[in-house]
Design a protein around this ligand. Structure first.
Ligand SMILES: [Fe+2]
Length: 194
């Protein structure tokens, strides 16, 4: 068994003007696909070839972990964005954000601060703790919250420069504005209910 590149949940140009078709197409078919191709090469003929992607992420290290985790993180990132996203959170995720951060504005400020100061190639996540409270965490390189027991990811933003350099050059703060215009609260609610 080998892994296939999951299709994007929308057209390449669906996130414009915030994320260009050029960025999305290249990010998906070169970067995301590259991680999956490398992972397939590394697990071919091993016991890992029969495992799920999440199982591989949780039990591997080194190059296998890096490529499997990047494959998982990218799929999660595409789903964290939507052409119909943006605006204020709705439903249970809104209640949980207010309970944990005080207000949407305080949550957004914390998320932006974490993301802007997350050094180099990295990810920022909204996660749910085992007790139901929410938190914002940073991971570096291919790091992913699913390796931590009791932590459930709700949303993520890819902070590798390949995610925004074509559209925003090195200005990560402007890319964050694009993220907020696209953020998929429906996906966050689905994850919160898990
Ligand atoms: Fe990426």
């Amino acid at each position: 068994m080998s892994f296939n590149l999951p299709p994007l949940p929308y057209a390449n140009d669906a996130l414009e003007p915030h994320i260009s078709s050029e960025t999305l197409e290249f990010h998906h078919t070169k970067h995301h696909n590259g991680y999956i191709s490398k992972l397939n090469g590394l697990i071919d003929g091993t016991d890992l070839a029969e495992k799920s992607l999440e199982d591989i992420v949780k039990t591997s290290s080194g190059g296998i972990f890096n490529n499997a985790a990047q494959a998982f993180n990218h799929d999660f990132y595409w789903k964290s964005l939507s052409p119909n996203g943006g605006g204020l959170p709705v439903g249970a995720i809104n209640d949980a954000i207010i309970a944990s951060f005080g207000s949407f504005e305080e949550f957004q400020a914390k998320f932006n601060d974490c993301a802007v100061n997350n050094f180099a190639s990295s990810w920022t996540w909204l996660v749910k703790n085992a007790d139901g409270s929410l938190n914002v965490i940073n991971t570096a390189n291919a790091g992913t919250p699913i390796t931590e027991e009791g932590i459930t990811p709700l949303l993520t933003i890819d902070l590798w420069e390949h995610a925004y350099y074509i559209d925003y050059r090195n200005v990560r703060g402007e890319y964050l504005n694009g993220f907020w215009a696209l953020v998929n609260w429906e996906f966050a609610n689905e994850n919160l209910a898990k």
